[in-house]
Each structure stands twice: as C-alpha cells, then as structure tokens.
Design a protein around this ligand. Sequence first.
Ligand code: GLY
Length: 358
Amino acid sequence: MKELSRPVWSCNEWDPLKEVIVGSVEGAIVPVFDEAVKAITPEHAEWFFREYGGKPFPDEMIEKATVELDGLVKVLTELGVTVRRPDSMDFSKEFQTPWWKSRGLYAAMPRDVFMVFGDTIIEAPMAWRTRYFEHLAYRPLMNEYFDKGGRWLVAPKSTMAEGFYDETYDRNEPMKDGKKRFVITENEIAFDAADFIRCGKDVFVQKSNVTNEKGIEWVRRHVGSEFTIHEVDFGDMHPMHIDTTIVPLAPGKILINPEWVKKLPPFFDSWDVLIAPEPTKSEDKALYFSSDWLTINTLSIDEKRIIVEEQEQPLIDALKSWGFEPIPIPFRNFYPFGGSVHCATLDVRREGTLQSYL
Ligand code: GLY
C-alpha cells in the first residue's frame, strides 16, 4: 500500500504534512486548583485558577484564541493541508466516576490526547480528572479514520482515584534523593501523548507529572519491535509535555531549549543541535499552564517550512539563519490555554516512510 493512500500515516515531525487536527477552545473550562494542576502551575499563575477554577475561561480569552485558531486553519488550508476539527462538547457538565466528580477542560490540544505511530493512532489515558472524557470530542474523527482502515489503539485509563496522585508531592521540592519526583504515582498506567516526540523508528519520551514509567512501558509493549522508545530526562523540574524541550525539525536537525537541555542522548550525536534563542516574554505573564518556552512549540509543514508564533522574532531570525522558512502567525492569545501551534495540532497524515535517522 502506498503511504499516501493511508488515512493515518505519520512517522516524524517533519515529513510533508497532508492532514492535521486543529483543536478548539470552544466551551473551555478552567480547571480547579487540585494537586495535578498545582504540580505544573507557575507561581505567578495560581491566582488565575483560584479565581476561575471550575468556571469558563473568560469570553474575551476564548474569542481572541478562536480568531487565532481560525487563522491557523486558514494558513494550513492555503498550504494545501486538510484540516479537521474536534466536535463541540459541553465541558461545563459535571461528570462522575465511581470515585470522584469533575468538569471537563477543553478540546484545544489534540497533541496531548493522541499520537500517531506510522499507521496507528494511539489514544492516551491522560492523568488529569478534567481530561478523562476529552477524547470523546475526537470520537467522530477517530471512527472515521478507523472506518477508512486506520489502526486505533486505546490505552487503559487509570481510575485516577485515591492513590493515583501522590498527596505528599510538593511542587517546591521536586527532587528527592537525587531523583525527580512527580505528582502521579506508578500505581496505574498514565501518559499524555505530548510527552512523546517522534523521529521515525526512534521515539523519545519523558516521565512527567502526567506520564509515568508504567505508561511508557505500556506504549513500548504495544507499538512493537519496529519502534524504539527512548526514555529521556531534561532539566524541566515540573515537566508536562516534551514539546517545549526538544523539537526535531528535519532529519539530522533538532531544536533545543537550552535552559533545560544540557546534554542529548547519543542518538543525536551526529545531528545538528539548534539552540533556541531566549523566548520573547509575554507582557501580561498570562502563561497559566506553561513556561515561556512555548516559543519552540512549532509545527513543521515539511523539512523547511515551520509555523511559528509571530512575536517570537529571535526564533524566526535563527530559523532563517539555519536555512528554514518560518511562517509566522499570530498565536499569542492561545498561549494562556497552555500551548502553541504544536500542542494545538495533531498531524494525522504526513508523506514519507518509517525510517531510522540514527
Ligand atoms: N509544560 C511545558 C512547558 O511549560 O514549557
């Protein structure tokens, strides 16, 4: 079968992009300030969760981010990429499991919920209660990809009940006995897809406040021997999602966040390491879920063209100097939802073949 006839096919972050899911902030609800959220929230942002937790994101934030998402859709469409969107869902509706109650969050970040390994979409179990049913906003799309012949693998969901979160976790003491600590335990399988990043047959993953060893092992066992899952650890002391730490841009070229990455695994020894310049700081510090390093959370259209936030001028200049063709778009108003263009998208279909880039 030729790759392009496959409904689902994506092996890395840079092959020519054909089809992508773009998230939506419609109906987004601010999570309550529970242990899971607290573990990754920068101190300056706590007020936001205390004020709005459990309530809708302010209308103005939703409106501005929606304009930018629509702009992203337009740019992608003009580049010839097929764009798909999640369904509307009522995230404000309280739901219940046998152990706890919660409201939803949003369907803004398909990258967190799914990852594509070749012809297979893997649905992540997630680790926040607010995100327990988030995958359902994408159910019609997943059914469609399945009906067209795609493979769809769903990881077992944790109960997220007592014992899943480590109640002794203290954000201010993220190390113990020389090892990083995380707010989730190893009792059950947990991972967010955005803790994985793909370079063909080699996939890199970090343990984080949403991804545990057991989750990584589940992926390792289920993707089979064609893929090697490399566990990596960098200097993000409150990790959640790897795509503001390392971003492979092309065969042999990896963009790194120099604040957190002091050393790369030997796999990258023959690669060009592109050191990202300092992020431009947002004036209002409205980065409620993330660091400033959303700067490098870019989306590659192919080995040359990269969508990047338009205010990140130092990165735009650096990319040009390295021979890339950045495509700047306004996306600053999306940042407060916790991601940039990489988080807001999921590349379901790219050209190319499954290869090793060692
Ligand atoms: N969670 C990734 C970051 O804050 O940059």
